[in-house]
Design a protein around this ligand. Sequence first.
Ligand SMILES: NC(=O)c1ccc[n+]([C@@H]2O[C@H](COP(=O)([O-])OP(=O)(O)OC[C@H]3O[C@@H](n4cnc5c(N)ncnc54)[C@H](O)[C@@H]3O)[C@@H](O)[C@H]2O)c1
Length: 433
Amino acid sequence: MKIAVIGTGYVGLVSGTCFAETGNAVTCVDIDQSKIDRLSHGKITIYEPGLEKMFLKNLRDGRLKFTSNLKQGIEGAQIVFLALPTPPGEDGSADLKYVLGVAGQLGQLLEDYKVIVDKSTVPVGTADKVRTAIAKHAKVEFDVVSNPEFLREGVAVEDFMKPDRVVIGVSSDRAKKVMGDLYAPFVRQGNPVIFMDEKSAELTKYAANSFLATKISFMNEIAQLCERLGADVDMVRRGIGSDERIGKRFLFPGIGYGGSCFPKDVQALIKSSEEVDYDFQILKSVEKVNEIQKTHLIPKIQSYFNHDLTGKHFALWGLAFKPNTDDIREAPALYIIESLLKSGATVSAYDPEAMNNVKDQLGNKIQFASNPYEALTKADALIIATEWSEFRTPDFNQINSQLKNKVIFDGRNLFSIPEIKELGYDYFSVGRN
Ligand SMILES: NC(=O)c1ccc[n+]([C@@H]2O[C@H](COP(=O)([O-])OP(=O)(O)OC[C@H]3O[C@@H](n4cnc5c(N)ncnc54)[C@H](O)[C@@H]3O)[C@@H](O)[C@H]2O)c1
């Protein structure tokens, strides 16, 4: 099939590459000309395990193309995916200007029947709005489908190639057949393609992310209790996770959820609820708990240094909002940095993939180290903000020789408390004493 993907960011590039991998001819479109130039020359623009190899192969074989020209991009395509940003607007609701802007342009450009697929995360009712925006100018038939994306950054390629499920909101049999054929190679193991109406598909995505965010905030509150009651959240996690109704995943406490999805999607669902006079109380609390959790380590750091961080220097391991990605959108590390700098401290950071993105945002406000141990030079303490695998079994002798004080503030509970105490460290983590 011939496919166009409009918006070549995390979702667009992964989707486009994976669709090309199953034999489709894919053209990815983006308004960012420098991104298109880089991609066309074989330079990948995001870090995602397994993506670069697949991207290069499909680029070389001619199944994957890039352009900034929308008209050229959709020429001959049977399916046009919208993988455009839906950032929070000023009031927290999803801003649809990118999606509806492109929909309007598509209406003017359509020359033959196409299935327009919304892959962006959008509020209930957006498929209708997209349909209206296209219909305003379109002279040919078209269908609009809602196909929310559930990939997780860090394992996006795996998730896309072998999805747990594919959700497709569609009301036309013609479009249903096209979508079923497109996804058939991805669900050969029998995982379901769930067809439903567009509104239910749109809400499914928000419900999924909001539920996962709820699980995280719930465990973070249990961790708060553990610290106060002298219990160990790791034990409680194992104790409840072995109940199949609860499940083992997404029960790890930490310094809050971040990234480009959970914070904005929770906010947008709260806003959508308000618009239909519903007060989504659980979600409001989920958001509030997360706000507090992002800087959970700060009072511990303050208290350790007698509430005076002026002139103190901190090593920070991990900047990405989670491991195996370079995405720093809403990363808890950034909130920690902001708070430390405000208190008069300095920071030297290391992250395996995300440092360039932070450099673009913070410039020389902090120092960047070329490896985890370099970040420790003359530091008063080590702070861990992202659970990259390479931080899990570090060389403690090297840490010891570089840190001024043997103290670690760990927002991701990487180390065993008895072992680290045995090594003589003052160690502060989440939900464990
Ligand atoms: N990142 C994720 O893990 C993830 C997962 C599931 C769903 N989503 C949803 O998918 C959507 C896209 O997210 P993302 O993380 O890929 O965003 P992104 O910011 O990484 O990428 C969006 C891309 O769209 C481009 N763009 C903006 N306006 C354009 C236009 N008029 N024409 C062409 N291109 C244009 C931007 O230049 C950018 O490259 C959002 O709705 C998001 O909520 C994201």
